[in-house]
Design a protein around this ligand. Structure first.
Ligand SMILES: *Cc1c(COP(=O)(O)O)cnc(C)c1O
Length: 390
């Protein structure tokens, strides 16, 4: 299978016709247990659904194929996948984490892992000198998110992997924002890829899930052991939904990126907009790195409206197609205000230091018609700044 391209793997990897009936769609094996032929003789290797389930296996195999990985492991949420990686560590180990990571990841390291003697150093991983400076012998794992959220800062994944490797640390890349259609961290030297499958992999805002992929037999064995030992596995129906989502990943990502590029350019030219952040714009400070390590620029855009919080509030409450909601990566367009919604738990002072202005707006561009989306943002921008600035 591995010599096929991503579009083909999405439809076929792990998805042979079902043995009994030839069903072309992998069935939902909604069962907790499996009758055995005799003592210690399971029929097809299945014994209990926390350990393994055919629907989950198909999903895991398909996902692994898309990441170009030998192994894929599914979890009940992105955070459960993140948590599983931590069982590779021991108390006393330290981790180096991108400073602009997903809020839940920040909370997990600072409020949960800290209780178990695992200390996190938050470092701007876009700055290789800073990464090198902070890599001490106790750091056993480096956690990268690229692009970050909501500032869409990039990390040179290959370069950080080289640095980490020379210090004996594992590298995990949270690849949620790009999906394997646009970024394959294992090919850049990462040891493990993590995703919130809730976002682009599922793609339809109808499930919560997480996945890990690796090429290392040893890491896979440990992570599989912990998947079974700790639990937090997805049920068969969620696996089926996620697998159904994967089938259209390639076409969806192309549509997200096409729309996002057009909207980023529209916003950049709009008089009510101060600044647009999108890796596909020549104005993005790391546009060259984006072209080098990504195969597409994604569907996420952040921008600042002229004025401030009040204008931003009016804008996000005035769109009709862009729904006011947290989360991202679904077929429908979403809009949100990080300072008040996704990043409200970060103290204002630190938020401002990081560059998250009160008027910063984040959009997840869906796959609706591009002109309809532009018109929707256009009318909301006009409303937000009416009379005052334009
Ligand atoms: C949503 C998200 C997570 C957490 O995933 P859940 O599925 O919500 O547990 C982790 N990382 C990123 C980048 C995310 O967007």
């Amino acid at each position: 299978m591995s010599n096929y391209s991503l579009e083909t793997l999405a439809i076929h990897a792990g998805q042979d016709p079902e043995a009994m009936t030839g069903a072309v769609t992998v069935p939902i094996f909604q069962t907790s247990t499996y009758a055995q032929e005799g003592l210690g003789k399971p029929r097809q290797g299945y014994e209990y659904s926390r350990t393994d389930n055919p629907t989950r296996k198909a999903y895991e195999q398909c996902f692994a194929a898309l990441e170009g990985a030998r192994f894929g492991i599914a979890f009940a949420s992105g955070m459960a996948a993140t948590n599983n990686c931590m069982y590779l560590l021991n108390s006393g180990d330290e981790v180096l984490v991108s400073d602009d990571v997903y809020g839940g990841t920040f909370r997990f390291f600072t409020k949960v892992m800290s209780k178990f003697g695992v200390r996190a150093h938050f470092v701007n991983t876009s700055d290789l000198a800073a990464v090198e400076k902070h890599l001490n012998p106790n750091i056993k794992l480096v956690w990268i998110e690229s692009p970050t959220n909501p500032l869409l800062k990039l990390t040179d994944i290959a370069a950080v992997c080289r640095l980490a490797k020379s210090h004996g640390a594992l590298v995990v890349v949270d690849n949620t924002f790009m999906s394997p259609a646009f970024q394959r961290p294992l090919e850049l030297g990462a040891d493990i890829v993590m995703h919130s499958a809730t976002k682009y992999l599922g793609g339809h805002s109808d499930l919560v899930g997480g996945v890990l992929a690796t090429n290392s037999e040893e890491i896979n064995q440990q992570m599989r052991f912990h998947q079974n030992a700790v639990g937090a596995i997805p049920g068969p129906f969620d696996c089926w939904l996620a697998l159904r989502g994967l089938k259209t990943l390639a076409v969806r990502m192309q549509a997200h990126a096409r729309n996002a590029q057009a909207i980023a350019q529209f916003l950049e030219a709009h008089p009510a907009v101060r600044k647009v952040i999108y890796p596909g714009l020549a104005s993005h400070p790391q546009h060259a790195l984006a072209q080098k390590q990504m195969h597409g620029f994604g569907g996420m855009i952040s921008f600042e409206i002229k004025g401030g919080l009040e204008e931003a509030k009016t804008l996000v409450e005035s769109t009709h197609l862009f729904l006011l909601a947290e989360s991202l990566g679904g077929v429908e367009s979403l809009i949100e205000l990080p300072a008040i919604m996704t990043h409200a738990s970060i103290p204002a002072q630190r938020r401002h230091e990081m560059g998250i202005a009160d008027g910063l707006i984040r959009i997840s561009v869906g796959i609706e018609n591009m002109d309809d989306l532009k018109a929707d943002l256009g009318q909301a921008l006009a409303k937000a700044v009416s009379g005052s600035l334009v």
